[in-house]
Design a binder for this molecule. Structure first.
Ligand code: NDP
Length: 322
């Protein structure tokens, strides 16, 4: 089978198209024939070596497809079921072996591509807005990189809850998409100072929560736009890692809360995985959550997909099609 492998971590060229044998399922595993593989920023971190995996490894954390073979102990799924998963390495490939209890069924009304587009980023937007800081109607959220994969979904969920959404993006095209997703205000943070703008837009009161996936270039100013006892949810570092900082700053800026959550801890049990994925699939099937699958690439073009993602050229979801 074809797969995208990293033998030595580095830039996009570290990804090589290789021929590997199709995996065989262990007793608790299922081999899935992929129809779509999601591209996520976390793949860049693993490829670069910022997050650690032992080379050589097949990249990719998210996929959807059809059950091709089941291990001897598997009862949850059977051959030909449509399934999806995320959070396990190895989806940039034609086939992947996945523990059966990490797979979820794809319901009618949701396509394989939609499932591959929604598992990681959709469940992330869901836990951020419903659990990490459960937004309420009338509250205000600042969402950075709002036209990105997670961003567009988070804006929609926050809007559907009834929160006021202030979004940041880098270009006019992205601003339009953020508005269409439900952002009430959009700031081009590459052209104007988002701290000053957010203060102005909230009449100096500040926002209840900042959802920050950009990190290095936004974190510190984000603390300045929170209301007293507001929450900074730092969930990524697309611009780089946030440097260490003195906790006393949180007191000085208004008894703030900071958390650095990861999806894995919000889908740790099978029950939570199934409940959360069902909630997201339900939003898609009912039309409440729109996916923007703007960029699909053949598996062999994974390098270009990464270049585009890192180059801030993309909006919404990127998929690799094996
Ligand atoms: P995105 O589609 O959001 O792409 C990243 C975006 O970040 C870009 O489009 C760009 O938007 C913005 N950005 C700002 N500065 C930079 C920079 N210097 N270089 C590159 N991009 C920059 O990616 P994803 O939706 O896949 O992921 C978003 C973030 O969320 C990532 O940091 C990822 O690691 C994190 N994440 C965290 C999870 C968790 O559970 N903690 C789960 C899923 C994702 P613009 O041009 O508008 O500035």
């Amino acid at each position: 089978m074809k797969a995208i492998q990293v033998k030595q971590t580095g830039g996009p060229e570290a990804m090589e198209l290789v021929d590997l044998s199709v995996p065989q399922p262990k007793a608790n595993e299922v081999v899935v024939k992929l129809t779509a593989s999601g591209v996520n920023f976390i793949d860049v971190y693993f490829r670069e070596g910022r997050y650690k995996a032992l080379p050589p490894f097949v990249l990719g954390q998210e996929g959807a497809g059809v059950v091709n073979a089941v291990g001897t102990d598997v009862t949850l799924v059977k051959n030909d079921d449509r399934v999806a998963w995320c959070g396990l390495m190895g989806s940039y490939a034609e086939y992947a072996a996945v523990p059966a209890d990490r797979l979820v069924p794809i319901p009618d009304g949701v396509t394989d591509q939609q499932a591959a587009a929604a598992m990681l980023q959709g469940m992330t937007a869901h836990y951020l807005s419903h659990d990490t800081y459960p937004l309420k109607r009338g509250e205000t959220a600042l969402v950075h990189a709002a036209a990105g994969g997670v961003g567009l979904l988070l804006v929609q969920m926050a809007h559907n809850i009834g929160a006021r959404v202030i979004a940041t993006v880098s270009t006019e095209e992205k601003a339009k998409l953020a508005r269409e997703a439900g952002a009430d205000e959009v700031i081009l943070y590459t052209q104007s100072d988002f701290e000053a703008e957010t203060k102005r837009l909230t009449g100096g009161k500040g926002v209840d929560v900042v959802y920050d996936s950009v990190g290095k270039t936004t974190f510190e100013k984000g603390l300045n736009v929170l209301r007293p006892r507001g929450m900074m949810v730092l969930f990524g570092g697309s611009s780089g890692a946030v440097p260490a900082f003195d906790l006393i700053v949180l007191s000085q800026k208004g008894s703030l809360y900071v958390t650095r959550p990861s999806l894995n801890h919000y889908i740790a049990t099978r029950e939570e995985l199934v409940t959360r994925s069902s909630a997201v699939f339900g939003m898609i099937a009912s039309g409440k959550l729109k996916l923007r699958i703007e960029h699909t690439y053949p598996l062999a073009e994974a390098r270009q997909a990464h270049r585009d993602l890192e180059g801030r050229k993309t909006t919404g979801k990127l998929l690799l099609i094996p």
